[in-house]
Design a protein around this ligand. Structure first.
Ligand code: 3PG
Length: 402
């Protein structure tokens, strides 16, 4: 079910579920990638003369209004990017929203306040979700699901609402799935997956599912220390999930059996504390605790030798998927690893995919342009769960996953 399948939408009210969950600092958007990614579908609807009602969540408020999670700054940014006014409704299904929708003329657009200010959006109770979805359905003659970043959530606007109106996927979901299908169905080889981020426990499913499918798995970020500990290395006070050491040991053995290379760092940057002005040293993985900081030392980035090793492997691959920063890239002394990996991805002669909110924010913060990569996914959890082979409720309900 694509946009075209809905027929002419001229003069119709179309509710569009976007993922406008952008990072904000002091009320200012620090990465507007998700807003930009929503534009093709919104422009297509505006150009057809539809009356467009945009809905989204932002952050994780607890089911009631909370000004720090207001979508107001997003409405302003959306209006700048569209080059036309966006009416902002200060509630989601109350009088302000009803008025905003009723006042829309053909080709105009309104954004309703954060869906998650309403308990019904994320409720575990099917009835509550259905009730909230029914209220949202009042605002539309048709529904377009385009929030790829949230399709893994069984929430009212993602799962129940499409069952109440003629529904289709927007062009962002289509584009994301086209790329992710290439990663799962017939990737060109060599195929490398680079995983970072802080927790190995968030990545277990994807590691397990990808091990039989990839040629090499490169591990960085905070999670690398659980792998090093599984190999018997001391890791000082670095992030460590001791309860995952057995699982990781099994992955290492499994990979050896399958002939898949799990490539671990050979050196890391060890710091005295978690701050931008911390003292720090590059150490081989065998001697992480041999610094003046001893067992208090914290590994906060991969080292230069590892960056080179990973970069060579990445640049020689035909397909690369990358999720998760290599280090604490927000602090400049620990950004080099993430920058090196991003740079290597720009040199891939094939398909390079950056997945996840953190990694995409990282590449933009480090000065890279979106068009230097094959694809930057707007979905973190969603793209990982797709690659894990899971059924995603927001895709299943639209018939995009069987
Ligand atoms: C994301 O940032 O991954 C999506 O917007 C989903 O947000 P959630 O994890 O709060 O559901």
């Amino acid at each position: 079910r694509t946009l075209e399948s809905l027929g002419s939408l001229s003069g119709k009210r179309v509710v569009v579920r976007c993922d406008l969950n952008v990072p904000l600092k002091d009320g200012t958007i620090t990465d507007d990638g998700r807003v930009r990614a929503s534009l093709p579908t919104l422009n297509a609807l505006i150009n057809q003369g539809a009356r467009v009602v945009v809905i989204s969540h932002l952050g994780r408020p607890k089911g009631s209004p909370d000004s720090q999670y207001s979508l107001a700054p997003v409405a302003q940014r959306l209006s700048e990017l569209l080059g036309s006014p966006v009416t902002f409704a200060t509630d989601t299904v109350g009088q302000a929203a009803a008025d905003a929708v009723a006042n829309l003329k053909d080709g105009q657009i309104a954004l309703l306040e954060n869906l998650r200010f309403n308990v019904g959006e994320t409720s575990k109770d099917d009835n509550e979700r259905n009730e909230f979805a029914a209220q949202l359905a009042e605002f539309g003659d048709a529904f377009v699901s385009d929030g790829f970043g949230v399709v893994h959530r069984k929430q009212a606007s993602v799962y129940e609402l499409p069952q109440l109106l003629p529904s289709a996927a927007g062009t962002l979901i289509e584009a994301e799935l086209t790329v992710l299908d290439q990663l799962t169905e017939n990737p060109q080889r060599p195929y490398s997956v680079v995983l970072g981020g802080s927790k190995v426990s968030d990545k277990l499913g994807v590691i397990e599912h990808l091990l039989p499918r990839v040629d090499s798995l490169l591990i960085g970020g905070g999670m690398l220390f659980t792998f090093l500990a599984a190999q018997g290395h001391k890791v000082g006070s670095s992030l460590l999930e001791s309860d995952q050491i057995d699982t990781v040991t099994r992955y290492l053995a499994d990979a050896r059996e399958r002939g898949v290379e799990i490539i671990l760092p050979t050196d890391v940057v060890v710091a005295s504390s978690f701050s931008a002005d911390a003292e720090h040293e590059v150490r081989p993985i065998e001697s992480i605790e041999d610094t003046p900081f001893g067992a208090d030392g914290l590994g906060l980035d991969i080292g230069p030798e590892t960056s080179q090793l990973f970069s060579q492997r990445i640049a020689a691959s035909k397909t690369v998927f990358w999720n998760g920063p290599m280090g604490v890239f927000e602090l400049s002394p620990f950004a080099a690893g993430t920058k090196a990996i991003a740079d290597a991805l720009t040199r891939v002669d094939g398909l390079s995919v950056v997945g996840g909110g953190d990694s995409s924010a990282a590449v933009r913060a480090l000065g890279f342009d979106d068009d230097q990569f094959g694809h930057i996914s707007t979905g973190g959890g969603a793209s990982l769960e797709f690659l894990e082979g899971k059924k995603l409720p927001g895709l299943e309900v639209l018939g995009w996953q069987q």
